[in-house]
Design a protein around this ligand. Structure first.
Ligand code: ATP
Length: 276
């Protein structure tokens, strides 16, 4: 039976002074062990949902559950929670706290009070993993935006959270580092962790995710396996979300036979890309 790590139960959230709620009685459950993607127009509430996921915001009404237990918003509990649920912000500037790259990556590990050799070892691994070794001693404010993004992802991944949440992780990254990040995420998933990624890149969602959430106006509109969700063209058109390139080929004026052939090709490409 499918287990759920994080559950939003009728959750609403209104920013102070806002007229409309950013989340509106949202019910959504993150399945354990899956690579989940979250899509929706600008302003649909994706980032807000992620901020509530690790307790940075508290619901105006409704409840968030972690492993079946309602979130406790006391500082001590939140510190523990954030070891288990790691959140990589969309904008790396919001995440970086220390003066050098090395110090920034070790910051969370020091807060956990881990032994010095373990911290050193984990930081070294993270520097290698994210191609940051040559920048280890560099002040973070001297880095390019893409380099800052890599540091901010390393900051969270080094803590080995059970649920890793990423808000637009490929934003600011060049192709080489985007590909490398996706490989790293694959490894993290293979190690048994759960991933949730908010993104506007529908092609990436198509081949990467095994579960997809579609949000609009603070609510969950659709969820399911990406191929299933992307077959709901009418709903997606109404939301002005578009389709992955591969789904756009399935034009309405094709014969059933032609559609069948294209679907088989899609399936094969998907298998090849996932095993790449
Ligand atoms: N700090 C804030 N104060 C007031 N309103 C906010 C704040 N942050 C977001 N909002 C509003 O909440 C709603 C949801 O915003 P949110 O950032 O969650 O959307 P999003 O789906 O992540 O958008 P994007 O795709 O542009 O990143 C929007 O209407 C936005 O204007």
């Amino acid at each position: 039976m499918q287990e759920y790590l994080l559950e939003f139960e009728q959750v609403s959230y209104k920013y102070p002074g806002a007229n409309q709620p950013a989340l509106n009685k949202l019910t959504l459950r993150i399945p354990k062990g899956k690579k989940c993607a979250l899509i929706g127009q600008n302003g649909s509430g994706k980032t807000t949902l992620l901020l509530l996921a690790n307790g940075l915001h508290k619901p105006t009404s409704g409840k968030v559950y972690w492993r079946g237990q309602p979130l406790n918003y006391h500082r001590r509990f939140l510190i523990q929670l954030r070891q288990q649920i790691g959140l990589v912000f969309q904008n790396p500037e919001q995440q970086l706290v220390a003066s050098t790259v090395e110090e920034d990556i070790s910051y969370g590990l020091c807060n956990l009070g881990l032994p010095e050799p373990e911290i050193k070892n984990r930081v070294e691994q993270a520097l290698i993993e994210f191609g940051l070794t040559h920048l280890a001693a560099k002040p973070v404010h001297h880095l390019s935006l893409g380099q800052k993004k890599r540091v901010s992802i390393a900051d969270v991944m080094v803590l080995k959270p059970e649920l890793l949440i990423l808000d637009e992780p490929t934003a600011y990254l060049d192709i080489k580092h985007s590909r490398h990040l996706m490989k790293t995420l694959q490894t993290i998933h293979q190690n048994g962790n759960t991933l949730l990624m908010a993104t506007h890149d529908l092609d990436l969602v198509y081949w990467w995710a095994d579960w997809l959430f579609v949000m609009d106006q603070g609510q969950l509109i659709l969820e399911g396996e990406p191929q299933e969700v992307f077959s709901q063209r009418k709903v997606l058109e109404e939301l002005d979300l578009g389709l992955p390139l591969i789904n756009q080929i399935l034009l309405d004026d094709l014969s059933d036979e032609e559609k069948m052939v294209i679907k088989r090709v899609q399936q094969r490409i998907l298998e090849l890309v996932r095993n790449f």
